[in-house]
Design a protein around this ligand. Structure first.
Ligand code: 5GP
Ligand code: MN
Length: 318
């Protein structure tokens, strides 16, 4: 066992009231990591708080303990574990000034903000948890396996991202061996979509533009209204954009309100869009990154496209 695993094991053993926390606008990896690790801690007899500032969307409610998710920490806790967050701002401020004891994450941009930091370059945070959990002296139930497999499936978009390794597949296979119906989860979280989501795609696709090898698009508040789309996210349109041949980088601008734009970047292997995201106060990975930027669409779009051009230049100049 590594020293880090030993430290994590001891911290879990010593704590009773534990908050497992992840990021705002949670994706499947954030949710799967919180529910997978939290459920294992709960089954070890701990008092667990499952903390997600924006709650859990309907798609993921089939996972055990999804109904227990809370938007803030309540009362005293002995231990705070933050999962899948490269910085503390990503938690939506649920910790206030409190420094978390633990940070488990797979983002290269992670700031190592906790007392114990388990940061590894894996395909998903859920993959790190699945690999290390047996060392931490916690039960590994079918329900934990189901949540962790959901995290791996969604963050790799069904094992399609360039960071998928043989080890990722081995880990996924061992999770399936807990009796998990992987194709069923795959269908629920990656294939099925709402009518409104596809209508929103239509609005975005209609406005796509190309600039050199950058493909970019915009989703406005007006688009969401016209499509009757309830969320403020992109309904995964960015994944579709990243499938367009000949584009090295895809960028999507999602208007949040009059003064904030969420930006998502996706890039082919060899390009590093996390640098552009970091420049605007966001983060992520070389092939997939994001940021929320202050300003109107008119202000933000040219600034981001300029910075994105530099990502392409950097690749050309090595
Ligand atoms: P997405 O574009 O799907 O929102 O995010 C792509 C990647 O960038 C994910 O790994 C996500 O965690 C990261 N990311 C997205 N938005 C932010 C942000 O505002 N701050 C940080 N640090 N990372 C972000
Ligand atoms: Mn993740």
């Amino acid at each position: 066992m590594t020293l880090l695993d030993q430290q994590i094991r001891e911290r879990f053993a010593a704590a009773q009231r534990i908050a497992v926390i992840s990021h705002i606008r949670p994706d499947g990896d954030a949710i799967g990591s919180v529910l997978g690790l939290g459920t294992a801690l709960q089954e070890a007899g701990k008092d667990v708080q499952f903390v997600l500032a924006d709650g859990i969307s309907a798609v993921y409610r089939f996972l055990k303990n999804a109904g227990l998710a809370q938007k803030e920490i309540s009362g005293e806790i002995d231990l705070a574990v933050v999962v899948d967050c490269s910085d503390l701002e990503r938690t939506g401020g649920v910790l206030g000034e409190r420094q978390p004891e633990m940070n488990i994450d797979h983002h290269v941009t992670n700031l190592h903000y906790a007392q114990v930091n388990l940061v590894e370059d894996s395909a998903a945070t859920a993959e790190i948890i699945a690999k290390h959990l047996p060392q931490w002296g916690l039960p590994f139930s079918r329900e934990t396996a189901e949540a962790l497999l959901t995290g791996i499936l969604t963050d790799t978009i069904g094992f399609r991202t360039s960071n998928v390794s043989a080890e990722t597949l081995h880990t996924a296979a061992s999770l399936m061996e807990h009796g998990i119906d992987m194709p069923d989860i795959y269908h629920r979280v990656l294939v099925e979509r709402t009518y409104e989501a596809v209508r929103l795609w239509g609005r975005g696709i209609d406005k796509l533009q190309r600039m050199d090898s950058i493909l970019w698009g915009v989703l406005t508040a007006e688009d969401r209204k016209a499509a009757a789309y309830p969320g403020k996210d992109d309904a995964e349109l960015i994944s579709l954009l990243s499938s367009v041949r000949d584009a090295d980088v895809a960028v999507l601008f999602i208007e949040q309100d009059a003064q904030h734009v969420k930006v998502s970047w996706r890039a082919r292997p060899g390009f590093d869009v996390s640098r552009a995201a970091l420049h605007f106060g966001g983060g992520g990975h070389a092939p997939a990154a994001g940021a929320t930027i202050e300003g109107t669409l008119e202000e933000v779009i040219p600034r981001v496209l300029d910075e994105t051009k530099q990502v392409i230049e950097q690749k050309k100049t090595g």
